[in-house]
Design a protein. Structure first.
Length: 254
């Protein structure tokens, strides 16, 4: 049996991505901090297809030890796709933001993603049919006020993932490494970033996608041969494209 791992699957894009992959008869491993939401998602998937295997793993990816423990706990499963979706934002000027929150954001958005990507590449980069998909952001390619630190974490995700994709290509690895870069999406993101109890996208945001739409884009990226699936920040069209950052291949350098 083969599995798709989705971190941050208790809500938003991760939740809908789990449903999208399950709709393709993929067994899924659901990872998040909130067990009750994961149980609800598991029930929803099994109501859709009782033949699927749905595994729940609770972990706080801001804790390095739990990141390693999570990966070790999955050694018994054959993982054909790993999706690093977990992450959160911090909406404030750098000079005013809470340092502890910024540090936690760095651990989740950068450290945990890098650790899990690296461990997965160690074990599966030689396996045909495997994919690693990291969720970056439109702000992984541009910077805006009040989101400088968050954008910086996503620039890292974009650069690291694009670089890994091309590095493995140089090594003739069969694994495909890809980036999903959403723009504004109707999730819990704004509430967490701004520390709000409620937030209405329809009342406050001119353009946005739903989490279900982003999950559909995730499947488009999964099916494609392109490395980057990015929402255009002006048109809000979803675009599949080659890597954006410059990369000096050993092959072209010879």
């Amino acid at each position: 049996m083969k599995y798709t791992v989705i971190t941050g699957s208790s809500s938003g894009i991760g939740y809908e991505t789990a449903l999208a992959f399950a709709s393709r008869n993929k067994n899924v491993i659901l990872v998040a901090r909130r067990e009750a939401q994961l149980e609800a998602l598991k029930n929803e998937i099994l109501n859709m297809n009782a033949d699927l295997d749905v595994v729940i793993k609770t972990a706080d990816l801001s804790e390095s030890e739990q990141v390693h423990d999570l990966y070790e706990s999955l050694k018994e499963y054959e993982i054909e796709t790993w999706i690093n979706n977990a992450g959160f934002g911090n909406s404030a000027p750098v000079a005013e933001q809470a340092v502890k929150k910024t540090e936690k954001m760095l651990r989740v958005n950068v450290e945990a993603l890098t650790t899990l990507s690296t461990l997965y590449a160690h074990d599966y980069s030689g396996e045909e049919g495997t994919q690693l998909i990291n969720v970056s952001s439109d702000l992984g390619y541009r910077i805006v006020p009040n989101a400088v630190s968050y954008a910086a974490t996503k620039f890292y995700v974009s650069a690291f993932t694009e670089g890994l994709a091309q590095e493995l290509r140089d090594l003739d690895s069969p694994m495909k490494v890809k980036i999903l870069a959403p723009a504004m999406t109707e999730t819990e993101f704004v509430k967490t970033a701004r520390e709000l109890d409620e937030f209405s996208y329809s009342d406050n945001v001119q353009k946005y996608h739903t989490a279900k739409e982003m999950a559909h884009f995730m499947l488009e990226l999964y099916d494609s041969e392109k490395t980057v699936g990015k929402v255009n920040s002006e048109s809000y069209e979803f675009e599949l494209m080659a890597p954006i950052f410059p990369y000096t291949s050993k092959r072209t350098a010879k």
